[in-house]
Ligand binder design. Structure first.
Ligand SMILES: *[C@@H]1O[C@H](CO)[C@@H](O)[C@H](O)[C@H]1NC(C)=O
Length: 166
């Protein structure tokens, strides 16, 4: 009886684990503006962030492979930029948010490189993949006529072919 119970519990956890090791970090911030969702092949291979030095994050742009997607929000002043190399990938996004906007971003890579942008005010957030080896595949959230109001992340496994480095 006891061993049957153990097997039942093990099988339940087997079924619950997704085969692609994907997970979602739900957005933090406000609910003003339109929903955005970045879409591309593989991992996010580069990121640019614009900040208003007296307020919040105004714009984000991401790259897949060698292609930059259109900027989400607004390019205010010079961008903070992080370009990934080889098999490097983004493994953590942290920062600060209020109930209206995203104020600061820390983007951390598997090579321990960090992009920092914005102001260290309001509440902290930390987003990580749920599964070991998973990396940042997509950003989502909301953007209004002033800047980035909310931000979340999708994580998953990425398989690199040796023929294509970015
Ligand atoms: C930056 O933020 C300040 C304070 O909220 C605002 O008055 C100003 O218009 C903003 N500047 C830009 C370029 O968005």
């Amino acid at each position: 009886m006891f061993s049957l119970l153990v097997i039942a519990v093990l099988c339940t956890s087997c079924l619950a684990a997704p085969y692609d090791f994907s997970s979602v970090s739900v957005p933090v911030g406000g609910n003003s503006g339109d929903v955005f969702y970045t879409q591309g092949d593989g991992r996010i291979s580069g990121i640019r962030v614009w900040e208003n030095r007296s307020s919040f994050i105004t714009g984000i742009q991401v790259r897949y492979g060698t292609t930059w997607l259109p900027t989400i929000g607004f390019e205010v002043g010079p961008a903070q930029e992080l370009l990934l190399r080889g098999h490097e990938a983004i493994t953590q996004i942290s920062g600060k948010y209020s109930t209206s906007y995203i104020f600061q971003l820390y983007v951390v890579t598997s090579h321990r490189r960090i992009l920092v942008a914005g102001q260290p005010t309001w509440y902290s957030f930390n987003m990580f993949p749920q599964y070991r080896g998973a990396v940042l595949k997509r950003l989502h959230g909301r953007v209004n006529s002033a800047g980035i109001t909310s931000l979340g992340a999708d994580w998953g496994m990425v398989y690199f072919s040796n023929a294509f480095f970015s």
